[in-house]
Design a protein. Structure first.
Length: 198
C-alpha cells in the first residue's frame, strides 16, 4: 500500500485537479479589480494556480511575488496580460520578506500551515498598504489532520482577523473540497483604517 502524499503534495494535488477557471470563480470579487498597477504576494503559491487566477483580475503592469518553500513546483502559465510574476523560494512564515508596500496578499490553502496565526498577522501588517487586502482560500473546518495541521474555519478566520485589527471580513464563495468533507471557502479582508469603517 502506498503512503499518502505529504501535506504539500496533497495541497499541490488539490490545486492541480482544480482548474484555473475554478480558482478564478472562487476568488472573484470587486475588491481586487483596480484600474492601476498593483503589487501582490501569493504566500504558499504551490503550483501557481491561484497566482494566475489572481493575475486575471489585475491591471496591466501589475506585479505578483509568488512565494513558496519549494518553488520548483511552480508552473508558468501563459497570460493574456502584460504583468510580472516573480517566483521567490523562502519560508514566508519564518523569513523576512523581500518586498513591502503591497496592495494585497493571497493565501490559498497555506494559512493552515501557520501555527501562530496572530503573530503572523502582526508581521504581515508591516508589508501592507492601508486599504490593502488579504484574500484567503481555506477549508471550512476546525478539525486538524495531517494535511491541514492548523485549520481555520471561516468563523475562526473572522475572529482572528478582527482581533488583529482588520475589518471587514467577507466570505466570497464556497466550493466542495476534493479531499475533505469540509468545503473550501474564499474570503476577503480589508486593511481599512478604523475611522473609515462603517
Amino acid at each position: 500500500m502506498r503512503n499518502p502524499p505529504g501535506s504539500y503534495q496533497l495541497v499541490a494535488l488539490q490545486k492541480i485537479q482544480m482548474t484555473l477557471q475554478d480558482a478564478i470563480t472562487l476568488i472573484k470579487n470587486k475588491n481586487i479589480v483596480s484600474e492601476k498597477e498593483n503589487t501582490w504576494a501569493d504566500l504558499g503559491c504551490g503550483s501557481g494556480l491561484f497566482t494566475y487566477a489572481l493575475a486575471s483580475f489585475l491591471n496591466q503592469g501589475s506585479l505578483i511575488y509568488a512565494v513558496d518553500k519549494n518553488i520548483a513546483s511552480f508552473k508558468s502559465l501563459s497570460s493574456s496580460k502584460s504583468l510580472t510574476i516573480k517566483p521567490i523560494e523562502l519560508d514566508f512564515e519564518k523569513s523576512i520578506l523581500p518586498f513591502s508596500n503591497l496592495d494585497g496578499i493571497i493565501m490559498a490553502n497555506s494559512l493552515h500551515f501557520v501555527k501562530d496565526k496572530s503573530i503572523f498577522l502582526e508581521k504581515m501588517k508591516s508589508y501592507l498598504k492601508i486599504n490593502s487586502c488579504f484574500l484567503i482560500v481555506e477549508y471550512d473546518t476546525e478539525f486538524p489532520n495531517r494535511w491541514v495541521p492548523y485549520p481555520v474555519s471561516f468563523l475562526n478566520l473572522r475572529e482572528l482577523f478582527s482581533n488583529a485589527g482588520f475589518a471587514p471580513v467577507i466570505k466570497l464563495n464556497e466550493k466542495p473540497s476534493l479531499f475533505n468533507r469540509a468545503n473550501l471557502y474564499s474570503a476577503i479582508i480589508i486593511n481599512q483604517p478604523v475611522n473609515e469603517r462603517n
